[in-house]
Design a protein around this ligand. Sequence first.
Ligand code: BGC
Length: 747
Amino acid sequence: MSLRTTALAKSALFFLLTTSNFLLPSSAGAQSKAKQRPWMNTSLSSDQRAAMVVKEMTLDEKISLLHGTGMVGLSPMSPLAIHSNGGAGYVVEIPRLGIPAIQMSDAAYGVRMSGENGRYSTALPSCIAGAATWDLQGGYEYGALIGRELRAQGYNMSLGGGVNLTREPRDGRTFEYMGEDPVLAGKMVASVIKGEQAEHVIGDIKHYALNDQESGRNAVNVNIDERAARESDLLAFEIGIEDSDVGAVMCSYNRVNGDYACENKYLLTDVLKRDWNVKGFVLTDWGGAHSTAKASAAGLDQEQPGWIFYGDELRKDVESGKVPQAELDDHVHRILRAMFATGVLDNPPQKSVVDVERGFEVAQKLSEQSIVLLKNEGGQLPLDASNVHTIAVIGPHADVGMISGGGSAQVDPPGGNAILPPGKGQTRWLEPVWFPTSPLKSIRAKAVGANVQFDSGADPAAAAALAKTADVAIVFAYQWESEDMDLPTLSLPEHQDELIAQVAAANPHTVVVVESGGPVTMPWAGHASAILEAWFAGSKGSDAVANVLFGDVNPSAKLPVTFPRSDADLPHPTIVKPPKQSIPNSTKGDVWKQIAAGLPPFQVTYGEGVKVGYKWYDAENKSVLFPFGYGLSYTTYSYSNLRVTAGKNPQVTFTVTNTGNRAGAEVAEVYASLPAAAAEPPKRLVGWSKVPLKPGESKEVTVDVDGKFLSIFDVKQHGWQLVPGEYNFMVGGSSQNLPLKGSVSLN
Ligand code: BGC
């Protein structure tokens, strides 16, 4: 029997043994079990249920919940790892008490590792694309789809929920996060987590905190002042956590103000568990633990993926009293509480066939809602299929696929990487994966009568020659991103700027579709007639793009990040790279041991503080390529009748009108500037509403503004404070187009 078959047989046996404990129809046996396991009484609170289990547990059982069972290359491996469902994390079951295993899978934009497990997962548009919809209901559907597919594949915990702010847009994980604004990012991630947890999987929010660059992530020490941290990166987590009752928080690899995030008392206890009153548990990023007693006292609950510090070492520290029993019990309680609260025990996952059709439907709908129309000169778009006779489709691999985000977020495409031969396209770390969603095919399907030709763009002159012969040239450009790397620059790679410039010079009707995980620079923007930002568009990306190009869908997305003019305009023109001594050296033994021991730190200082994204460009008076909150539509909107009502949570009321002749949905954005005494950047987003409108229709909209979003973080009082004075509210369709203005006095 192979290892895997043994594992399957064992888990089947375990399943029979454990499920029979509480899934049998009402019988004397079941009733006596229920008596023995009073925590299976669903009328009790999750805290009561967790407390009952903790009371029954032995020290060994407690310790077993506080760590994983290993991952090759990152920690030692336990023989018990054969019971893993094949995801990134596995915490053993406690059959004696009917506590199931925690089977964790990465699931940023879909369930990871489906390829090597012989399963299928839907790729949603990347997380930043989700944020570009500004649609909380859409965010919920995003999470619910992930939750359903996790359950169908046998998992009960997600490792998604990335919400680090786009402080450094060259961060290779920008696509996994929700953009540069804490209110938008926090609200969106909360809606995703709510969708996941409603499907009875434990949700996770990560990477807490300030893990804003990949370069030297296991060594870097991030320096930031407390007020700036609380009002920027931490506020995104605060909102995400507050709105979702998330089961788990993953602490990050980096150090923050001197201490590793996973043993940082300020982050884990003072802020997370005390100020925010988080009831869930804190688990390390993979290999993010560096101590036992220090981490435990700081508030770390679970080590992943192994047990370097939270196995025997923890047991010894508990036995010697170095780690108090109450502290140990609190770690255990939090994990059990998350399991009860999300229904992991009451509604265990049932393996089944992933609903591929439903996945396609949701992925396409969300992708359509996430595509941002950045430029549309002379109404170039939408294309009229009956009137376009020749189309040149140009760009790397635009005949077969669209690029996807890499690293631990990677979803495996059905059939493998679309640019590799069948059977050869397995996902590999740090290799770009193209999804089999073909722009060429989708465009051909729309423009049935047209002559649609393809050129890869490898030779820009040949591509330009083809473009010259066509009514319209559509260039698909890409910028790949992945965990474990940062982009050297926001410029497009592989001479794509030159390709686009040559095509645009050859054809005045050049449309550029950008597939990227975040902002890119566009030296050719003045020459293309239309530009779409399609992000990493997911399983049905090409159909979604075609629906926008040909007007079946009216674009309604808005940028969740600023597109700067050049790298030089960023707060940090270059990313600080780790010195040699801060990089693990495989010739000096196991890399994971060096990381666990702690690599010598190097410093990154976020002197720009709270000025992240548009707050930076506003404060520094720098013009940008496309501002935060910007996005066009095939119709037009007007704003009128602003009224602001003062109060603890002020209300901002206004009217939005669709002044064009197509139905659409406008993201109406509300910004505020604080009194001068607050010493804040010129404005901040404080709310929004996505308003569907028929042609000619007007709607009155009221946005309730949370008083916290108008406050500053007062370090001395250690809390949010409203600075008394005049507050200016601005309303409109982007951070730089705010036609309505009104002020109120607040105190
Ligand atoms: C990533 C996490 C991920 C974990 C497990 C780490 O490398 O930073 O986001 O959840 O691996 O795969």
